[in-house]
Every structure is written in C-alpha cells, then in structure tokens.
Design a protein around this ligand. Structure first.
Ligand SMILES: Nc1ncnc2c1ncn2[C@@H]1O[C@H](COP(=O)(O)OP(=O)(O)OP(=O)(O)O)[C@@H](O)[C@H]1O
Length: 311
C-alpha cells in the first residue's frame, strides 16, 4: 500500500497561535481518511498547507511520493478539493456551472462526461435548474462534481457536511463512499463530528489545539477488545489493593482519586462487576468506553468543548 500523503512534523504558527503543532500522518492509496477535531483544532490550516494555499512554518509534505513544494504544479493537478462553500454562479444551471468550470480549468470534457459527473453526484434531475434554486446539500454536491472534473486521484473535502440537514449529510456520506468504492478515489475528509467520521472512514487522525491526539484504523480505535472501563468507587484504596492482587491486575491503567481506569475486552465487564461486588467495592459508577468515546468524553467535560460536541 503506497502513501499518497506523507506529512512529517508539520507546524504552522500565526503570531502567538500555534495553529498546527508538529503533526505527522500518512494517507494511503484507497483510504477514506478522517481528519477529526473540534472547531479551531487546526484542520483547515493543515488542509491549506496540503494545497499550498499557505506555507508551513516547519515540516515537510510529500504527495504522490514527491516533495510538494518542489513539484507543486504536477502534484496539484492530481488533487480535487472543496475547502469552503463552493463559489457557484447562482443564475446558471448546474450543468452550465460544471461546463464553465471545466472550460476555465482547461479540461476538455464532452457533454456526455459532464452528464456523467452530474449523475455521479445525484444531480441529473436538477441539472437544468438554476443553482439559486438548489439546497445547500445540492450546491455542495455540485462543488464536489466541479472538483472531480479533471479526474483527480486524491479528493480533499474540508467539513463537507457543515450546515447541511440530515438528508444532505447522508447524501454527502453516500457520495464519499461511492467515490471510494466505485471510482477508486483516495479521500481526505475533515469533520468535527466523531459519528460522521466513524461511519465512512477506514483510518482517522484526531487533532486538538494543533496537536495530534491519536491516529489509527477506525476498527482499532473502536475495538471492543480495548475497552476502557471507568470505575468510580467510594473506597478506592481498598479496591485498588484488591485489584492489584486479583486476575484483573494486568488490566489496570491508572488511578485518579476515586476513579480507576482498566482496559479489557468489553465482554469481560459483567464478570468484573460481579467480582467487584463480591470483593466489597462500593461502586458509584462503572462505565465501559472505547478509546474514541473516552477521548471525546474527556473533551466534553471541559467547558470549552461542550458546544462543539453536543450539537
Ligand atoms: N490566518 C490566520 N491568522 C491567525 N490565526 C489563524 C489564522 N487561521 C487560523 N488561525 C487560528 O489557527 C487555529 C486553527 O484554525 P483552523 O481554521 O485550522 O481550525 P479548524 O480545525 O479548521 O477549525 P474550523 O472548523 O473552525 O475552521 C485557530 O486558533 C485559528 O484561530
């Protein structure tokens, strides 16, 4: 499996703000790579550096095995991106917009090809309607059709579902899956919603305040075999002493006042509960979470993040 994007120790500093702080990651051919982080985490800044719209303060970027800055033109030709709300001509139809953007980017495409592109993004029936009559989701899909016009291998979408209703979100999700499965595209997609990324991505990177928090396959990050159990008891000293001498000792991760963290397979949780009760643990809470859920819970306990993750 070859790397399409290879980012090493990338940073971007805006005066006193470290928008991106020493992050490294690799996107492989065929990935739907989720780039997850709350608002202001540094997703757009990273994406802008991948597209050479801004220069990094430090670090290197290789795309398609080539240094981005030394091979800018050649590399960018193989990328299609939608990074802001697409800038469309609202008094032209969807078809006319697509045709115009194709001509402006110097790509020669037949009428048949344009119709196929519109069909791919589910706009055939509305191809001849003026864009001002389109829903937000339809405009977003037309934006994606425009980004696809030169048949890029890599597609970069910055928060493509932002501001869309549930149907619009589902349409974009299906389109991303279609482009991956049936067109063989590699896709990097950013979002602030864990659920969205979990549904479509095979690998993901989580960033917070410019820093990489975790990276891995989605299956690994939600693996039930690596469930974190948050155990809260009123008699932590006694329970810790018992756990250390029990068959659960290898599961122990850390203790913070009344909270004890253990890692185990989710299926073992009922046995643990029964053993704890027998051992006289005074349980206030026992909560199994996969590593992603526990990470997001830790964010939502911090007031700064509440608005982002509860909407
Ligand atoms: N041109 C700029 N000048 C100064 N600071 C900036 C600039 N662009 C971004 N930042 C700051 O860098 C940090 C990361 O912003 P960025 O837009 O990359 O985050 P994001 O994860 O894409 O979030 P959002 O979804 O809200 O755009 C934020 O603190 C932001 O205020």
């Amino acid at each position: 499996m070859s790397a399409i994007i290879k980012v090493d120790n990338l940073s971007k500093q805006y005066h006193e703000v470290k928008a991106v702080n020493d992050i490294s990651f690799t996107v492989n051919t065929g990935d739907i790579y989720g780039f997850l982080g709350q608002n202001g985490a540094g997703k757009s800044t990273t994406i802008r550096m991948l597209l050479t719209l801004i220069a990094p303060t430090a670090g290197s970027i290789e795309l398609f095995g080539k240094n981005l800055h030394a091979n800018r033109k050649e590399v960018l030709q193989q990328i299609g991106a939608v990074i802001e709300k697409p800038d469309l001509y609202k008094y032209l139809t969807g078809y006319e917009n697509l045709s115009l953007f194709a001509r402006m980017s110097g790509v020669k495409v037949t009428q048949k090809k344009l119709n196929e592109q519109l069909e791919q993004v589910g706009l055939t029936e509305r191809a001849n309607s003026k864009v001002r009559t389109y829903s937000q989701g339809m405009k977003q899909r037309l934006g994606i059709a425009i980004a696809l016009i030169h048949d890029p291998k890599l597609i970069i979408l910055d928060e493509p579902t932002n501001g869309l209703d549930p149907q619009g979100i589902a349409d974009i999700r299906n389109l991303i899956l279609h482009l991956s499965r049936h067109q063989g595209k590699t896709i990097l997609v950013s979002s602030h919603l864990l659920h969205e990324i979990e549904l479509i991505a095979n690998r993901m990177l989580i960033i917070d305040k410019g820093k990489k928090i975790m990276e891995g396959t989605v299956a690994e990050l939600v693996d039930p075999a690596r469930t974190m159990v948050h155990l809260e008891v009123t008699n932590p000293q006694q329970v810790m002493a018992w756990l250390q001498n029990s068959r659960w000792s290898t599961c122990l991760q850390e203790q913070n006042n009344t909270v004890i963290l253990l890692q185990m397979n989710k299926q073992q949780v009922p046995e643990l509960t029964a053993d704890l009760v027998k051992a006289g643990a005074s349980i206030m809470a026992l909560q199994p979470q996969n590593s992603l859920e526990s990470y997001f819970l830790s964010l939502t306990t911090d007031n700064r993040h509440v608005d982002t993750f509860t909407n």
